[in-house]
Design a protein around this ligand. Sequence first.
Ligand code: HEM
Length: 483
Amino acid sequence: RMPPGPAPGVLGDNRWDVPFYQPWRRYTEWHKVFGDVISFWLGGTPIVVLGTLKAATDVLEKRGNIYSSRPRNIMGGELLSGGMRGVGMPYGPRWRNWRALMHAGLSIEASQDYKTLQSLEAKILLNDLLDAKNSEQYALHVRRYAISITSSIAYGVRVRDMNQKIVKENHEIDRYLSKALDLSSSWVDTWPFLLYLPKPLQWFRREPERMRERDTRVYLSLLSDVRERIEKGTAMPSIASKALEKTADWGLSDVEIAYALSAPWQAGVNTSVSIFVIFIMAMLHNPSVMKKAQEELDRVVGKDRLPEFDDMAQLPYTHAIMKETLRWRPILPLGVAHSNICDDVYDGMFIPKGSRVQANVFAMAQDPEMFPDADLFNPERFLDGKTPTFIAGFGFGRRICPGMHTAMNLLSILFARILWAFDVRPVVNEAGIPNLPDTEMMDGHVSVQPRDFAYHLVPRESSVSVVIGAEAARAEEELISWT
Ligand code: HEM
């Protein structure tokens, strides 16, 4: 009675049917054959894929009391993180406390407090982009922008230089974390009965537990820096300062708070950078869209100043480019997996407890009824006032991305200013033919990013550099408090 799906293979599951590369495309084909909700098995785990917005809303949102846990990850979630990293935390009181802190720091109201910071950082970024020589340098500057904003939101400290200790340490942490989260290379996630071996024989735990000691040291030291700044009266408002001002309110220990504060960095940096790269790819393929936004910007903002957050209401087309970027190529094509804490029946189909439940966000973004000509990058589809932002890209129900408002602000001011300042141009080969990136070539397994490609950001006029230079100099001064 489980949802329909492909017949199991010789090993009793569907491991040979699921491609490693872009499995969401195969799932989308299966939806056409088996229906909106499909299921199959990988090892001993039932996989349920929800192919429409309705199914995902019915299951993940309306039954959020059942479907808000995460699949077990022994290596990454338990041995490495001690169950303290919120994104992978199972549903329960600890997650609720963590989530309350995230909400306090990232809600739609809280996100308003970061707009000044985001605006100032975007000015610095534009100035950096003016000086950059090639796509690698653009990428580095955009990464710094995303890191600096997330670090300021989490700890009240900005990042001006990618060689800063906080960047290097978090980079090392991220590297090992992605390795540990990869279930396919984890012995203990493949054979959990290994946990019944006497502890000294559990060879697989030594490395992640050593890494956990290192991560804990780094996170606690970041927290104690904030504590010192609060005592000196120099702390900027951040999630950390909220957490420390009323520690008792959160029901989280010091070390849990220290881990909680790592979530914005882990969930917010790569996602924001990937969306930026998709925006560039969309502009390279759709110069007429870029021109139309530039006409709107010239009309509303003019040439003598940069676009500001307050202009956004008068810039519907430019704003719609951000919305269409989130839809056109979703960076988390299967969202982040949920898991149900008890057996359930949906539309007559049995969903066993502990299923890995995934929203096929890729299929939703291609839904021809909601998005006719779905492959076309067409911001106008968001101008009718009826089509909302493609929220599915931020997930569902109680686990929906808490950083979505901050992310949309960070991206909308950036896109508006890039379009105001630059033409995004392709690299042209010797024969004069533009070298455009393949829009379907996405790397990554859970979160994806277009394969590297080269492009140019060409200032639209010489006056652009003058305006940006002056704004960036003022921004550096204003940002001193966050340094
Ligand atoms: C465009 C950029 C972003 C996209 C597309 C995105 C998307 C997502 C998605 C799909 C999820 C999983 C939701 C689910 O389980 O149903 C998620 C979770 C999360 N996101 Fe984002 N995100 C972005 C940026 C950010 C930023 C900037 C932050 C923080 C400043 C953030 C913080 C988080 C956190 C903490 C979670 C875990 C929530 C939980 O498990 O309860 N995200 N995000």
